[in-house]
Design a binder for this molecule. Structure first.
Ligand code: GLA
Length: 423
């Protein structure tokens, strides 16, 4: 974390030629269970991880916005969506210097920010400013800003690197612009950034996890009314940990099947005469089988059973029954593989090897079509498990996966400056 703060701070100075006013950070997330339920107004259970994006920011005297980043991967425009290559806003090459390992800063006019008009990853920060405007900030009367990002949230791994950018900047601007918005309003603004500005038809899972999570706990979120409670994960006392297996197969929400899955869910809800699949129970769905086409039925069956699995997982965690949590995770993976059809052979293999290696449960996490799997596992199994996953991928000629433990961490926050020791 320390080096990330230093990187953000130094990156800002290198890019803009003066020191930032403050540092703010937001985490990536894993979703323990509750996949593709958010836009169906159902339940999710993510937690913030100890991988973060830091935004170093200073307000400007004029209405310009300049964005830069130390992470080369942030400059590719290939974050979680494939929709970033269209349009052109009043963007012009900046006169600022790039940081040594970073990308040249890009410059925009705050008041001219409009959806689908910014190229590349800069759409995320611009979208946040725009989103804050949509939820009540008077952008015309607010100063522009310079911002530099540094991050150790892997991009394209299904761990919400884009939400980490959005939420780090949202808390930064909320404070610097003295907006006084509560976290729920920031969820709304950042979700608007992704959905309304970037154009990814996602739900509120990622931004909620980054803005509302508490250390050591998962966030039990009702995506219909936005209410949430922390649920203690109790990993340490149980001798358990969550291991991420990043398959290195990049997921792409827009060009992938995400939008098609969402459309099938909405079709199913319409055919069943309900506002959203949240309103359907498992017995109701089974009874209404012949009102749905085959695809819509299978997509709906995943969502409706997944909502129930989230509720059951919360109950199991509260009862201190990790074995049951593991079973539910595995059932969730099967449902995503067979009914929702968003898994990949690499994700399936990661889950299989984790289970063979003594994990209590494992599943793909996030939007699917690549990205990461998670395994709930006894701590002492981790070294063998990591080895086994690497070997199994190697045997099949798959790309070498990356495995790492994640800890349930704090949501977005202000960071203290790093003071370089005097020499
Ligand atoms: C992505 C989206 C979320 C959610 C998940 C699937 O992470 O950004 O809104 O739909 O996929 O659960």
């Amino acid at each position: 974390m320390t080096s990330l703060l230093t990187q953000a701070q130094d990156g800002f100075t290198a890019a803009f030629g003066y020191a930032p006013e403050g540092l703010w950070s937001a985490p990536g997330r894993v979703n323990l269970i509750g996949e593709h339920t958010d836009y169906n107004e159902g339940f999710v259970l993510p937690f913030a991880i100890d991988r973060r994006t830091v935004a170093a920011l200073a307000l400007r005297a004029d209405g310009l916005v300049r964005v830069s980043s130390s992470a080369v991967s942030l400059s590719t425009g290939s974050l979680s969506t494939g929709s970033l290559s269209t349009g052109s806003l009043s963007t012009r090459p900046s006169s600022t210097r790039p940081s040594s390992e970073g990308t040249p800063a890009r410059e925009f006019v705050l008041a001219a920010a409009s959806p689908a008009a910014v190229r590349g990853w800069a759409a995320y920060p611009l979208g946040v400013a725009w989103g804050l405007g949509r939820v009540g900030a008077e952008l015309a009367g607010l100063p522009g800003f310079d911002v530099h990002f540094a991050s150790d949230v892997p991009v394209g791994a299904g761990l919400s690197s884009s939400a980490a950018i959005e939420c780090a900047l949202a808390v930064a601007l909320n404070e610097a612009w003295r907006l006084g918005f509560d976290r729920t309003r920031l969820v709304e603004a950042t979700h608007l950034a992704e959905h309304g500005f970037v154009g990814a038809p996602t739900g509120i899972l990622d931004q909620s996890a980054a803005l509302l999570s508490a250390e050591g706990a998962a966030l039990f979120l009702d995506c219909r009314d936005g209410s949430s409670v922390p649920v203690d994960l109790g990993l340490g006392p149980a001798g358990l940990a969550v291991l991420v297996v990043d398959t290195k197969v990049k997921h792409e929400h827009v060009s992938g099947g995400y939008a098609a899955r969402r459309a099938a869910c909405e079709r199913a809800a319409r055919a069943l005469g309900v506002r959203a699949l949240r309103d359907v129970t498992v017995p109701q769905l089974l009874a209404a089988r012949d009102q749905l086409d085959d695809e819509a039925y299978h997509r709906a069956r995943h969502v409706v059973t997944e909502d129930q699995r989230v509720l059951d997982t919360v109950a199991a965690l509260r009862a201190g029954d990790p074995q049951r949590v593991g079973e539910l995770m595995l059932a969730s993976h099967d449902s995503m593989r067979d009914d929702f059809e968003i898994s990949t052979r690499e994700l399936d293999l990661a889950v299989e090897v984790a289970m063979d290696g003594g994990a209590l449960g494992a599943r793909m996490t996030g939007g699917g079509f690549g990205g990461s799997a998670i395994a709930l596992t006894p701590v002492e199994r981790i070294p063998a498990l990591r080895l086994a996953v690497g070997e199994a991928f190697g045997e099949r000629g798959y790309r070498a996966p990356e495995t790492f433990v994640v800890r349930p961490s704090q949501s977005a926050r202000r960071e203290l400056f790093e003071h370089t020791p005097e020499s």
